[in-house]
Design a protein around this ligand. Structure first.
Ligand code: FAQ
Length: 336
């Protein structure tokens, strides 16, 4: 394993150091090319560190903000079983956020620092969570489509070059697979239910389809981070490649449900074996990223309120920890 001592304090300072020399860079790239992992104490270029800090923290924020759209239906789930399942899924998302903040912390910034970036509105999180959940069918659509898209994007991240991120993704992907199945099962139930239930499932698909395709990020020609992330084996497939894989996997699932996709240009190309889709409205994507999606303000406000209302718990925990260590120190002195 490639290691070059670099403690956490140094990693903070590393961002202001001059560019690495060619030998270090060559060794770093050789580790990546050999499919070995870069670990927190290994030397890494500033740009690699910054890319991972950005991507992993955005991913963590997405998991945390992503609890809100589903949380909206917890008290209105149609049965106790559905409620228990949804609750477990939402708790899983919280757990994913925590693994990911831990992985991001290994890059030399604290969880508090990342969370401050989110709370101040500076950090991004996935565009998809800025859309409302209007009916129970949206719980099916989120599991089927949003978790389905998340898995397509995240399975390759299990082989990402940065060890802590890759290892976190293995566990997260296992849980996301269950999430996808529970969502699809809701869609199967609704699509084979009464005409009103089927209409509700169709409406959810109509509203979520295009925003889900946008989850994969801008088209390859506009993806500014892809070249570096591919060279560093953070990304194994481009945004458009993953979007295409997702479309190819999802269309047969939708057809099995007897639902239609809200894209009149969707056609199967026999020669390529791929589904071709219509034009994505990238102006909508840009609007949502700029903070002007249907729920951006509501999502951020809910997070800020939760942070403020939880402050006393954190204060109490800190005061308790301080008292405990003081008591331990006093009893140690007395024993000596
Ligand atoms: N939303 O150059 P690229 C989930 C930004 S987890 C918002 O292509 P990159 C689980 C991008 O950050 C879902 N912003 O960037 C769940 C960059 O801006 P920046 C989250 C987006 O990083 C399910 C700019 O556009 N998953 O769903 C989006 O190479 C159900 C240029 O883009 C992850 O985070 C977007 N959709 O590729 C939870 C996976 N797309 O930072 C609850 C890890 C792009 O320069 C319920 N992330 N941007 O200001 C990734 O794989 C990558 O970061 C991409 C973007 C593929 C998302």
């Amino acid at each position: 394993m490639y290691t070059q001592a670099l403690n956490a304090d140094e990693s903070q300072r590393d961002q202001t150091l001059p560019a690495p020399d060619a030998a270090k860079l060559a060794r770093f790239q050789a580790v990546i090319d050999a499919e070995d992992k870069i670990e927190p104490n290994d030397w890494m270029p500033d740009a690699y560190r910054r890319t991972l800090q950005r991507q992993i923290s955005q991913h963590a924020h997405s998991e945390i903000i992503g609890m809100q759209p589903e949380g909206n239906w917890l008290t209105r789930a149609p049965s106790l079983k559905r409620k228990a399942t949804l609750l477990a899924k939402i708790q899983d998302e919280a757990g994913h956020g925590l693994y990911l903040y831990s992985a991001a912390e290994t890059l030399g910034l604290s969880r508090e620092a990342y969370c401050d970036q989110l709370l101040s509105g500076k950090a991004k999180y996935s565009s998809i969570f800025n859309y409302p959940t209007l009916t129970w069918a949206d719980m099916g659509a989120i599991g089927w489509l949003v978790d389905g898209a998340a898995i397509m994007n995240q399975i390759p991240l299990c082989r990402c070059s940065y060890g802590p991120y890759a290892r976190a993704m293995i566990r997260i992907c296992k849980e996301e697979s269950f999430h996808q199945r529970q969502g699809y099962e809701i869609m199967v139930t609704l699509a084979h239910g009464t005409p009103a239930q089927k209409a509700m499932a169709q409406d959810a698909l109509d509203r979520f389809w295009w925003p889900v395709l946008m989850m994969f990020g801008p088209s390859d020609k506009d993806s500014m981070h892809s070249a570096d992330s591919t060279k560093w084996k953070i990304k194994r497939f481009s945004n458009d490649e993953l979007r295409q894989k997702f479309i190819d996997a999802t269309i047969p699932q939708g057809r099995y449900l007897g639902l239609t996709f809200p894209d009149p240009d969707l056609t199967f190309n026999d020669a390529t074996g791929h589904w071709e889709h219509g034009v994505i409205d990238w102006s909508e994507f840009k609007r949502v990223l700029a903070g002007d999606g249907p729920c951006n303000r509501q999502r951020l406000k809910a997070r800020q309120t939760a942070e403020a209302e939880g402050a006393w718990v954190r204060d109490a925990a800190r005061a308790y920890a301080a008292k405990r260590s003081q008591r331990q120190a006093t009893s140690q002195v007395a024993a000596e």
